[in-house]
Design a protein around this ligand. Sequence first.
Ligand code: HAM
Length: 407
Amino acid sequence: MKYKALYGTHDILPDDSFKWQYLEDQARKVFALYNYKEIRIPIFEETELFARSIGQDTDIVKKEMYTFTDQGKRSITLRPEATAGMVRAYLEHNLGEKSPLVKLYYLGSMFRQERPQKGRLREFHQFDIEAIGSADPAVDVEQIEMAVRICKELKISNFKLHLNSIGCPVCRPVHREKLLDFMKDKVSKLCDDCKTRYMRNPLRMFDCKKEGCIEQLQGAPVMVDFLCSECQTHYDQVKEYLKELNIDYFEDKRLVRGLDYYTKTAFEIKSPLLGSQDTLLGGGRYDLLVEELGGKSTPAIGFAAGMERFMLVMEMQKKLKYDEKKLEAKTFAVKLIRDLRQNNITCEMDYLQRSLKAQMKEANRQKAGKVLIIGEEEMKKGKAILRDMQSGEQQEIELADVGRICS
Ligand code: HAM
């Protein structure tokens, strides 16, 4: 076969598409519950829109965008994220005039020319929400609650919510001075990217993953200690609401985001199963962007989640749970039936050590819809047999996939 999918892109094959549909359905269910409405925006936009929104000095704009000149000599870019396009659509169609608070969601693929690795692709998928029109910290908490709820609906375990405030143009310059002063003798020890960040956008040095830079930044002044009274009140209120809602969070004073439009609240949810690309989702307030793009001053907040990363965590959890090599068929079945019942699926298993034939007869008598056959043979092959009792059709499914029928 001559052609292959390009490096950093992937096909979602028929055997896997149901998992994507499931993920999308869970996300949509939560969006509907919180009254967010779907918007669909183009895959490409004017380059200027992204450069202006995300920031000229960010890695995304500087090195990761797929930009080309079209036949009309316009500079076009495949969207590296959805917020800029959504705000552009919000302004273009005067959505703010129809309703003072506009709550939108979006699902689709994004494009960034990064070095592919586990959880990092060049074409990847995000679901994204934006609430445009309110400065109320209760909206920040609504979105954080939604993010947590989606993780819970998808049965993601051990995720951790990181929270920070990255201030506003009033308080940032004060912190900036302190940070520049603290780092001035250490600049020569920073990586090239951080040397540039030191000059142009010092807060983003905190985003560097390189050991050397992390070391140099030890003890550096953090933004949250320099918040102006408005940002401080906002941050305190967010934390207060989170506490009242029993949402656990970790105050991550070094959390900064990879895009420049943020103000005040910044948050991420991370999973320890993901390795170096451990952020499942991230977002925050961007109270200045609407104005920056030509609208009137309008506060806003949003987040986006990497769907491939959710897929990875879900697959890894299933593997951990149904580790076929370590379990006997019977133990596997005992755990599986517990999970099915936990998911409100009525089911029964054989407790009388009957032959397979006798078990099938019993299943018929009980008018079972489906039967899952898991014997030692199947365990060895890493497969289970799923039989539809009405049609008599049987299919082999991966043991690691059995968990999906619990969902
Ligand atoms: P972001 O942090 O750049 O934020 O991306 C959000 C999520 O997309 C990440 O946490 C990650 O899960 C996923 N992601 C990013 N890059 C890749 C990649 N190369 N491969 C796979 N997954 C990736 C934004 O995009 C903002 N627009 C979020 C936002 C919405 N802020 C306000 N509203």
